[in-house]
Design a protein around this ligand. Structure first.
Ligand code: PMP
Length: 372
């Protein structure tokens, strides 16, 4: 099998499984209890927070552990909500764990603005500038798209915010950028930043929310007051520790270089056929390819039979018809249907990509013959 759906999830590091086991079976104590073993775990959690801050490139700020990016995004948005005539701004390119929270805010009667995308998948900065004002409470823009690999210019977003709505908080869903791209969140003045462990070889169901200033946030879950009251519930210590193991074992710079080569190779193979097009931003990990004349889902299933696993977009929304994000990049509904998503991992080799590329081409041409 050649697995090319790494934007959906990644395989856990073996070493991370050992760490998981250690904190599940030996150091299994509840970090909130009062005895020495628990106090030690609580300390280790704080060390883990510092390691995440360091990898994020933040000298200040707080880390709240959560049950993954969906929860982090919900906490960031719903926790920033305030009474009164505030407005909330989102890009239409957001993952459902942001987009559907925005829809919920709207249905609660709040004023919500959706900003469109450019052809390259980035947010339309002119539109963003137009909707921001002195009533904007929150701007939520993803760092890199899970569908197209577009990378938003967060420095520009921050600049626009400073000019038009200095009071607004900036939330960034960093799921497809963290541990993949080189950056320092301090450079963008980000207030809230979401990460998810299973996208970088950590376990599923664990993530974090970076919060620059906790005064801006309110908890949305009520209970025992863990995580300084911002996220009640006993922390998933084995998950957090193996997430941090993954963070420490990822060489962002080196992996980026490798994946860039894989990305280039696949585009090269597909360039033989003018009926294959793509939407791809500067993030080499994710490409959306269009195969004119075939249905992306049909191609995905045919490839599965050949041992090649690809995606048809966000796994969370793969069962839904259409693709909001590609349509907002200006692709017609019919064209969108021909797309599949290919996402790489740094462990993959050029040989594997060559093999996958040739199989994809052959399978595509076989399907084309059938529909003729
Ligand atoms: N945001 C983005 C950009 C994602 O790609 C995903 C995963 N598809 C999520 C949020 C949700 O992450 P999780 O599975 O950790 O809830």
């Amino acid at each position: 099998m050649i697995y090319l759906d790494n934007a959906a999830t990644t395989q856990m590091f073996e070493g991370g499984v050992d760490i998981y086991k250690k904190y599940a079976c030996q150091s299994f104590f509840n970090p909130s209890a009062g005895y020495a073993q628990s106090i030690e775990i609580a300390k280790e959690l704080n060390v883990a927070r510092d390691k995440i801050l360091n990898k994020l490139g933040s000298s200040k700020g707080n880390i709240i552990f959560t049950g993954g990016a969906t929860e982090s995004n919900n906490l960031a948005i719903m926790g920033s909500k305030r009474n009164g005539k505030w407005e909330y701004v989102f890009s239409v390119g957001e993952h459902p764990s942001v987009y559907n929270v925005a829809r919920e805010l709207e249905s609660q009667g709040h004023i919500v603005h959706f900003v469109g995308l450019q052809e390259n998948g980035q947010i339309d900065y002119n539109q963003l500038e137009k909707v921001l004002n002195s009533k904007t409470r929150l701007i939520s823009v993803m760092h890199s798209s899970n569908e197209t690999g577009a990378i938003n210019d967060l420095r520009l977003v921050d600049k626009i915010r400073k000019d038009k709505s200095p009071q607004a908080l900036l939330h960034v869903d960093g799921v497809q950028a963290f541990c993949k791209l080189e950056y320092r969140i301090d450079d963008y003045n980000i207030d809230l930043y979401t990460i998810s462990a299973h996208k970088f070889h950590g376990p599923k169901g664990v993530g974090a929310l970076y919060v620059r200033n906790c005064a801006s946030l309110k908890n949305i879950v009520f209970g025992g007051g863990q995580e300084n009251g911002y996220r009640s519930g006993t922390e998933n210590v084995p998950g957090i520790m193996s997430m941090v193991y993954a963070i420490e074992n990822i060489d962002v710079k080196q992996n980026y270089r490798r994946v860039k080569e894989l990305n280039k190779k696949l585009k090269e193979i597909f360039s033989k056929d003018e009926n294959i097009s793509y939407v791809n931003g500067n993030n080499p990990y994710v490409i959306s390819f269009g195969f004119a004349g075939v249905n992306g889902e049909t191609l995905m299933r045919a490839l599965e039979n050949e041992g090649i696993i690809v995606g048809t977009g966000s796994a969370c929304s793969a069962k839904k018809a259409g693709n909001r994000i590609l349509e907002n990049c200006g692709l017609s509904k019919d064209k969108v249907k021909t797309h599949i998503r290919i996402s790489f991992d740094f462990n993959q080799t050029i040989d594997q990509i060559e093999e996958a590329g040739e199989i994809i081409l052959k399978t595509y041409h076989n399907l084309l013959e059938k529909v003729k």
